[in-house]
Design a binder for this molecule. Structure first.
Ligand SMILES: *Cc1c(COP(=O)(O)O)cnc(C)c1O
Length: 362
């Protein structure tokens, strides 16, 4: 088996793949309703929320678009707090649908500074909502969302969070931190294939939804809410991935949420330590280093594109490259979802052999 070490899609356990291979069922029938109801309950548990959690058929980006079009109106001002490619994507979606974006962009590789968010909110009282990435997958940085959320909620703004690559793997108590809208995606930490996005919606967000004038049809969350109460979705969902998710959630429940967080912490620590022992440098300041993906600087002559090729062709290991301004400057190791310390040990052992073949002079 290939050692797939990218930050999504991530490998899936055999039980999940078997569940996914089952014969189709009626998406409006009683079997599906029973599955949907359990899935919705368990998602709420992992989102640590009493809010509605809706299941959308689409990738994570679809979830971000749903967030943008359901709670805002054209012409409304939105503060985009971005620390990388995915933060910029969220802002771009809101902007395309007519929101006025105030961009608070931080250097790729740094975390967002709550003090600067506070300042921006004070300077622009017209801001209605704030977009924040919890875990910026392109740079391997986890924002201090607790502090950022406290600033945003202190100012009484709607908080919309891209937690696509963190929720399920990194602690994000949605209700405790007051996050109004939170998006995740199936192929990241949830141990299932791509195809689903999850979105939680607070009572305040539903109020905004009632007034929101952005155009929407497929992503109309009021329709999703009415349907999920019957154990359905308004349109045909990707049934197979929902059945797979049902299995994965049972496995996650058995492992325990806190144990999952601890496993990701431990494996991330092991990854960072191993990378440094090879003479490499981390992009992130360790305080903000992500527990789901590690970004490594291409120093000492290392050609990261060559490294990815050597790792893939000679060592059966697939790593990720850099994106946006970091293309050609970093490589990334994914360690989320169905991952063990041994998967990373094998990756590091192979890296040690591959690095000199990709120009690295240790
Ligand atoms: C993967 C990811 C996305 C995009 O999700 P898709 O499923 O590829 O549409 C957005 N934001 C973050 C933080 C991600 O990790």
């Amino acid at each position: 088996m290939q050692n797939l070490r990218i930050p999504g899609p991530t490998p899936c356990p055999e039980e999940v793949l078997t569940a996914m291979g089952q014969q189709m069922i009626n998406h409006r029938g009683p079997e599906m309703a029973a599955i949907m109801k359990e899935v919705a309950e368990k998602l709420k548990y992992f989102f640590q929320t009493k809010n509605d959690v809706l299941v959308l058929t689409g990738s994570g980006t679809g979830g971000l678009e749903a967030a943008a079009v359901n709670f805002l109106s054209p012409g409304e001002t939105v503060l985009s707090v971005s620390i990388g490619v995915f933060g910029e994507r969220f802002a771009k979606i809101a902007s395309i649908f007519g929101a006025k974006i105030i961009a608070l962009n931080f250097e790729h590789g740094k975390a967002a500074d709550p003090a600067l968010v506070k300042k921006a909110l004070a300077e622009h009282p017209e801001i209605k909502a704030v977009l924040i990435t919890h875990n910026e997958t392109s740079t391997g940085i986890t924002n201090d969302l607790k502090s950022l959320a406290s600033v945003v909620k202190g100012a009484g703004k709607l908080l919309m969070v891209d937690a696509i690559s963190s929720l399920s793997s990194i602690d994000l108590p949605v209700d405790e931190w007051g996050c109004d809208v939170v998006v995740s995606g199936s192929q990241k930490g949830w141990m299932v294939p791509p195809g689903l996005a999850f979105i939680s919606v607070s009572p305040d967000a539903w109020k905004a939804n009632a007034e929101s004038k952005m155009p929407r049809f497929y992503w109309d969350l009021a329709k999703h809410k009415a349907s999920i109460e019957k154990g359905q979705t308004p349109w045909t969902p990707c049934v197979s991935v929902i059945v797979a998710l049902h299995k994965a959630l049972a496995m996650m429940e058995k492992e325990g949420m806190q144990n999952i967080f601890k496993r990701h912490q431990k494996i991330a620590d092991f990854t960072r330590k191993g990378v440094k022992e090879l003479g490499l440098t981390l992009l992130a300041e360790e305080k903000y280093a992500s527990n789901t993906v590690t970004a490594v600087l291409a120093t000492e002559g290392l050609d990261p594109k060559k490294l990815l090729k050597v790792m893939r062709e000679e060592y059966n290991t697939v790593l990720a490259g850099g994106q946006g301004p970091l293309e050609g400057k970093i490589f990334r190791i994914g360690h989320l979802g169905w991952v063990t310390e041994n998967d990373i040990k094998v990756t590091l052992d192979n890296l040690k052999l591959a690095l000199p073949k990709a120009g690295f002079r240790s």
